[in-house]
Each structure stands twice: as C-alpha cells, then as structure tokens.
Design a protein around this ligand. Sequence first.
Ligand code: BG6
Length: 569
Amino acid sequence: MKRKMLWGSATASYQCEGAWDLDEKVESMWDRYLHENGLENGDVASDHYHHYEEDIRMMAEGGQNAYRFSLSWPRIIRDLEGNVNEKGLAFYDTLIDTCHRYHIEPFVTIYHWDLPQYLEDIGGWQNIETAYHFEKYCETVFRHFNGKVRFWSTFNEPKWFIFSGYMSGNYPPCHRNIPEVIRGSYNVMFASALGVRKFREMKTEGEIGLVASYQTIYGLDESTETLNAMRHADNYCNNWQVDTACLGEFPSDMVDKLKEQGYDLSFAKEEELQIIRENTVDFIGINYYSPMYVKPYTEGETLVKTNNQGKNYKGDLRSVVKGWFEVANDDMKDIVPHNPWGMFVYPQGLYDALTRVSSYVKQPIYVTENGYGAYEEISEDIDDQYRIDYIREHIRYMLKAKEDGVDVNGYFVWSPFDLYSWKNGCEKRYGLVAVDFDNDCRRIPKHSYYWNKSNIENDFIDLRKEEKQMRNIVLVCNGGMSTSILANRIKELGGDGVEVNAYGEQEYSQHLKDADVVLIGPQIRYLIDDIRKRVGENVPVASIEPRVYGAMNAQKVLEMVDELLKDSK
Ligand code: BG6
C-alpha cells in the first residue's frame, strides 16, 4: 500500500496539557510523585489544554500534516471500576476535530507514561491487572473515537518508563530492582498485545502500532567480546520492544540469558505468550535521539544512571548491566558531539536504526520522535540553528534510508512547542515554537519553525539535491576505535559534504556499493586488489599512508580524497 508521507510533530499529555485537576481529571502517578517530593511539575506545563487551537493552527501554518499526541488515561477513566469521565473524552473530541479542521492527521498514543495513581496504588506495572485495565481503557477509546483516528499506538517507549521507574529509579515509582524491571517489561508488552487484540476484535478503523525508544548500538572495537556486548545492549535497549511487538516473540537469546543469570520467569503464562504471538502490530514507531556506545562487561553490579541536569554533565555516567555490557559513552564524549545532557548527536544512527529494523521486520516504520533539547533564552528572535542542523541531518539520513528501500512513512519532530521535559523540567526546550512559561505561555516561533515549514513545503528538495552531491568515503581498516576517531575527524572537517563510514576487514565487502571513494588502512593494503575488483573502475581506491593514518590527519585524508576524485573524472 502506498502511504502518504506524514510530516508532523509530537507531544505527550502530561508534558504539555497542564490542567492537571481540571474537568474531573484524576491524579496520575506523576502528579502524586512530583507534588509529594516538591519537584518541578507539569501542573500547567505548556497549557496546551487551553492553547490547543493555536498550537494546531501553528502546526498547519508550519506546513505539518500530522500531530502525534497522547491521551491522558487519568483524564478519561476515573477509577478502578472503569467509570468514564465524559469531560475528558470531550476534550479529546475537540482536539481531534481541530486537527481535522486544519487537515492534520491525528496520530494517537494511548499511553505516554501518566498512569492513574489508583493503578499505581495496586502495584502499577508490577501487577498484571494493570494490563487488563489498559485493555478496558483501550476499549473505551476505540469505541469513542472510532472513525476519527486512523493511527493508534498502544504505548510510547516501554523501555524508557519501565527502566527509569524500576532500574535507574529517577521516574516514579523510583525503584531499583531488576526482577521488577523484567516483570514490568513483560506486563507492558502483554498489555500492548491485549490492546491490539481489542482493536481487531472491535474492528476499529485504521492501524495500530507501538512506539519504541531506539538507541542504535555501536561497539568500540570489533572483538568477539564487544560484538557479544553489542547484542546484549541491543536486546536491552531495542529488541525486547521491537521484536516482541512486531514478531510476537521476546528475543530468545535474551530470555536464555536471563534464565542463565537465575531470574525467575515463571510468571509468564503460556496463554499470555500466545496472545503476544497472535497480536503483532500494524506499524512500528521509532523514537531516535542518540546512539549508545558499548564495551564488554568487566565488573560491578547493575547500575544505570541518567543525566537530568545538563549543566552538570561531567562525563561521570558510568552505567553497567551486570553480565551483559558496559555503556562506553564516556569514552566517546570527546569524539562525538553531544548536547549539555550528554545526548550524542549522531544522525547516521537513524539510518542505521531504520535499515536494521527493516532488515527483519515487515511492518512499515514511522520516525515518531526526533529532536534537540537545549537551554534557550526567550526573545522575539530565537536563533536555534543547532536544532535546524540536527533535524536537517536526521531527515537527510531518513530520506537516504527511504531511498535505499526502507518503508519509512513519516517523521515527527519532538516537539511542536516547548514543554515539560520530565525530570529535566521546562528548561530543556525542544520546541519549534517557544513557550514563554513566565508570561501566560505565550507562543513564539523559533527559526527552526520557519525552516521546517519551508522545507516541508518544498518536499525537502534541497536536501535531496544535496544528498546527491555528498561524497561517500568508505574507510576499510583493521583498527576499531582509532578508525572511528579518524572517521569522525574527517566528517567534522568535511562538514555536510561528506559521509564517512568505517568498516573492519571482516565486514567491508557488503558496504562498498555506494562508495564514491574507498580508503584502506596501511596495515591491510593487501586488500586493495580485491576491493578494486568489487567496486569497479569508476570508484578510486587508495591506501592511506602510515604517517597520515598514525597521526589521524583528517585534513590530509580529505585532500587525498579531492585528488582521487579529481583524477577519476
Ligand atoms: C522520549 C519521550 O523519550 O524523549 C518523551 O517519549 C521525552 O516523552 C523525549 O520528553 C525527550 O527526552 P527528555 O528526557 O529530554 O525530555
């Protein structure tokens, strides 16, 4: 089926609506936790509850044709008996009608982390009953909004709210307990399958998916130990969401690993696993912001830290998953650019994520979140060039993946306007439009808003053209870390005009097809004839001089590339 490309932006109920106790909304676990602990909260947030009309109009005027937002469960279902708050449904009716009026496709997330407190009181995601409550909540919203919404997602990022709630302990209920991480993850994936089953039983119009948080995994070298660590990290970060939703199975090597480590998985009943198997999703949403670098596990108990105070980033976020892998982000922080919260900016990670997922998953893909968080002063003229750069490069890689055959059908910027960024508070701003939180939440479009508008209207033609002119340099070397350092240096110097990919001796052959030029590390120059044969006579191949390679002299390499390309014309 040919799908219309969706160009939109995304929010979540708790992060933007405000109106935390208006119109009979009940308390969520986030309301309780932030109020009790005296932390910055989303009581008002961006006051989208009262500004939705202006926000949706600005999306439409900004060229967007889709809006991804979530329904607030505690606004809709009052209690454990499942009594419905008609005022809550009415708010979303108006929101959805407004989307339609502005020709904006509503892309609805059913759960984006704001669990009703009455469910947290019975054990929240540790209690399988919460999954059945979710199913009933789904039934209510499918019945009520059927025909008005074509795209539904059961959950936003199971990994992030479960791991933050039960492993890092920085989100409510703030536990640090591995068996709870496992149980919660299972219960959420089961709840998602129940939601999908209900959707189909009720013959709801449209499609239903799940939105996964995705961190593309890279290793520091190519040793077997690192490759094993990468596989564990991929299971940990990505596969248990994507595989389970799309293929109906938890990754079997992950399950084996957990058993081998002595975790009790006997809670998983065959009839539940059958429901997971039979109710896979129609599409998968990928939220990509940053990659993760990993190295083999050495020692220590599981400890996962999150940086919620960007200003204090000192690179001391050593995280370990016992027996699985260690996070190596600190090793890369001087090499790969990152924002003040230590989130790496690595646009090619989106290409790698999309091609990887589509290599084994048949469902269409949507990029459901991608964006750049920054501290920003509010004024009438907010020049957020860094956000433009970030979005442009990620879209470039998404379009490249599409051209290379990935079935990707939409891109949603996080976020259309500034909102409450969970434990980072409101000062971590992601919006295309600024919200002046101190002045009645006044909206002020940033430069990125206008950039995004003109590019959507242009169908990103300029970007597609630039893509064609980009030089694709393939480095084949036997070193791991040093090669990636050189690759990054070349990229930094070459700016937008070069793409550099580094491959080891074992894996280079399949990556040569799009190369404009191939450079070989001095240690393995004996591969030159083989590579020449594979790429054909139009692609120059040369080996980097040991002096240049050893000194990581990116400038010299770029000059060499220019020479080679000039000669080959
Ligand atoms: C995603 C979530 O993980 O990333 C959003 O779906 C979140 O809810 C976004 O806000 C950015 O993360 P953060 O922590 O910087 O707000």
